[in-house]
Design a protein around this ligand. Structure first.
Ligand SMILES: [Zn+2]
Length: 158
């Protein structure tokens, strides 16, 4: 990786990846806040009232499991590896802190932005999805009743 590629990998606000995600998001839901430092991990995008946090992560910088994330600089390889490992560990801590405070978090990876439609689907389902615990309860309620119960019911109808 050359110097300019490394410079591009340094995290910063309002990267082109972030701007792309925000452009897609505007077609789905507005009213988000950017880089709020009072939220764990200072999410790139947050719907504060609904406690939804969205991170836009560069694949190299955040150690994504993809081709771009696997790219390693030849010089100072150990330095970069350690730095990225720290970033990954910090990201995990932020995710835990968010969950503990009742937030849901979504990460959009830089490499995913080659398919804007897919990102739109991901954002839409994230925003629409109820909390996991609720959806589990709902799916149990919607599950077909055991046969014996149905028999009882039809017996009552007679
Ligand atoms: Zn990636």
């Amino acid at each position: 990786m050359n110097r300019s590629a490394i410079m591009r990998a340094v995290p910063s606000r309002n990267t082109s990846a972030e701007l792309k995600v925000r452009a897609i998001l505007r077609t789905i839901m507005t009213g988000y806040r950017l880089h709020r430092s009072d939220i764990p991990g200072k999410p790139d995008i947050a719907f504060v009232g609904r406690r939804l946090a969205i991170f836009v992560h560069g694949c190299f910088w955040h150690g994504h499991d993809c081709k771009r994330g696997a790219r390693a600089p030849k010089t100072n390889a150990e330095y970069w590896r350690a730095k990225i490992e720290r970033n990954v560990a910090r990201d995990a801590l932020h995710q835990t802190a968010l969950r503990e405070q009742g937030w849901r978090a979504l990460t959009i990876w830089e490499c995913e932005l080659s398919d804007a439609d897919l990102v739109a689907v991901k954002l839409r389902s994230f925003i629409a999805a109820p909390e996991t615990s609720v959806s589990q309860r709902e799916s149990r309620a919607l599950a077909p009743r055991p046969k014996a119960r149905r028999g009882e019911r039809s017996g009552l109808q007679r």
